[in-house]
Design a protein around this ligand. Structure first.
Ligand SMILES: [Mn+2]
Length: 543
């Protein structure tokens, strides 16, 4: 008699046996499950309330664990963290293999995915400590600025996502109303639509209704960035992450001030939610998340701190964002509708992905950035800022090649920016398009999709044995990194635009850009023309 036969013959015994096995394995499961034990530790710590309530919480929690309630346990684990964990394994560098006619393509984790993955466990533990709905029990260890209650929270002029999301978050946290200091931009519009949040009223509308409302400035404290309708005497608070400069407001009474040197004002609001053991609603968490991504340029900007990284992971979990890279890309596309306001750094890094290759003739990572626009000329006019930024980014990220495709989404055509001879050679081999006279761009015709039109073609070319042409002069890879400048935020810029400064390529007195231009337009570089090779040897290498 096999076990199965026995089970069929004695079903009641079989069920009992399974029951005993499950009962025995559950305690073991919980003993060796780190997240659960952490949660137990945090939850069973008595808080400032009375002992009976603390022990009631303990009992309630114990019941929930032993009964394995699918609603409690699975819900907590079925969020964004779990989704990301399923697609990314710690230590693995790449994922998302998909087959196209070019074959299997492996995309590297984007920097933001890696950042979020690194903070998963911490974020999960933090989210687990939050009550599912807010309690009104005050914690004496925390200062609750009652003075912000019913205030109007408002950001700076030329308002941005951090200002608007921060105002919405602060209004939800402290109790009050968010208002707009000026018209919203396309990125803010995207976030409001995405998280289904109503556009806040304008400051003028709020003041019309309630002229003597208390005001809390968010994301600024300089009078020059303040909406002129605000009377300084009505200001009761400032929550900000900018430097205190000469035009900081002056008040005749003490006000609430919370200024921290973090990457985004919304990080401060989200962190205060956590310290007050409050769980922001999904729309508020989503807005704050998008704002941090915006201000820190997907956690890659120079102002990014560990707090921004941690809070992004926490908010992604609360807002149940299953694909953080997809959200970041969609937001960047919305942002790039207002390209005139974007720095070269933002354009090159806003929607960039890296792909790994290992083939007979070429091994390494290739970065591919895309800017989708209705006005490609406006972007191509910035080629002198974009190319040095590409060169610097390529060096910083240790990429073998970095491309930027400027895609006209109305006419469905693209131009490829070529930042060095390797890119030029590979683009010629892959796309066979016409290189511009200055050697810096290639017409890609009606190819418009990175996933369908660009990467598969490059993949096929490399798989078919493409390698760097022999005797090709090297590009700017020999220039030392520090000569390519460093990233900086102008403290007086409310928009926190990240700029590269001090690059020898951008200096007006430097001839490097002209040398670069000459080098790129020189035909022998990528084609390995034997006749002109001697000349190459004599020509001074850039760097
Ligand atoms: Mn900001």
């Amino acid at each position: 008699m096999t076990i199965i036969d026995w089970f069929i013959a004695k079903p009641e015994l079989a069920i009992a046996t399974i029951g005993v096995c499950v009962a025995l394995s559950l305690p073991l499961y919980h003993t060796f499950r780190p997240v659960t034990s952490n949660k137990e530790m945090i939850r069973s710590t008595p808080d400032s309330t009375d002992a009976s309530s603390a022990s009631a919480k303990k009992v309630k929690f114990a019941t929930a664990t032993t009964s394995q309630s699918p609603n409690d346990e699975n819900k907590a684990r079925a969020g964004a963290s779990e989704a990301l964990r399923l697609t990314m394994k710690k230590g693995e560098k790449s994922f998302k293999k998909y087959s196209d006619d070019g074959g299997v393509i492996t995309r590297k984790h984007t920097p933001i995915e890696e950042e979020v993955m690194n903070k998963f466990e911490q974020a999960e533990n933090i989210v687990d400590t939050l009550p599912s709905h807010s309690s009104d029990v005050p914690d004496v260890a925390l200062f609750l600025p009652k003075l912000l209650k019913d205030a109007m929270f408002v950001g700076h002029l030329v308002t941005d996502l951090d200002s608007v999301a921060g105002a919405i978050g602060a209004a939800a946290l402290y109790g009050g109303k968010a208002a707009l200091a000026s018209d919203i931009n396309s990125e803010t519009r995207f976030a409001l639509d995405y998280w289904k949040v109503d556009v806040p009223p304008t400051i003028e509308d709020v003041l019309k209704e309630k002229p003597d409302v208390d005001v809390c400035l968010v994301d600024h404290q300089q009078t020059s960035q303040m909406n002129p309708n605000i009377n300084v005497d009505q200001i009761v608070g400032v929550i900000d992450h900018h430097a205190l400069q000469s035009k900081t407001i002056v008040t005749d009474k003490p006000i609430y001030i919370d200024i921290r040197p973090w990457g985004s004002m919304s990080t401060i609001i989200a962190h205060t939610f956590l310290t007050h053991r409050r769980r922001p609603s999904v729309p508020v968490a989503g807005m704050l998340l998008c704002a941090i991504l915006s201000d820190t340029l997907n956690l890659q900007g120079p102002t990014t701190t560990e707090w921004d990284r941690l809070i992004v992971a926490v908010l992604a979990d609360i807002a149940d964002v299953k694909d953080i890279q997809l959200l970041a890309s969609q937001q960047f596309k919305a942002k790039s509708k207002e390209l005139a306001g974007l720095s070269a750094h933002a354009l090159v890094n806003g929607d960039q992905k890296a792909f790994s290759f290992e083939a007979s003739g070429f091994t390494g990572d290739i970065g591919f950035a895309v800017v989708e626009t209705t006005d490609d000329d406006a972007i191509l006019d910035k080629v002198k800022q974009l190319l040095p930024e590409m060169v610097a980014g390529k060096r910083e990220k240790n990429l073998q090649c970095l491309f930027l495709a400027v895609v006209n989404i109305v006419q469905l055509k693209s131009k490829l920016l070529l930042c060095g001879p390797t890119e030029k050679a590979l683009a010629v081999a892959a796309f066979g398009g016409e290189v511009s006279d200055d050697g810096m761009t290639m017409d890609l015709g009606n190819r418009v999709s990175r996933k369908k039109d660009f990467i598969p073609v490059i993949t096929r070319t490399i798989k078919n044995g493409w390698s760097r042409p022999k005797d090709m002069r090297r590009g700017l890879s020999t220039v030392s990194l520090d000569k390519l400048g460093h990233l900086e935020v102008d403290p007086s810029d409310p928009m926190n635009q990240v700029q590269r400064v001090g690059s020898i390529l951008e200096s007006p007195t430097s001839k490097r850009m002209d040398e670069f231009r000459n080098m790129m337009s020189s035909r022998q570089l990528d084609l390995g023309d034997e006749d002109e090779k001697k000349e190459t040897d004599e020509t001074l290498m850039i760097g």
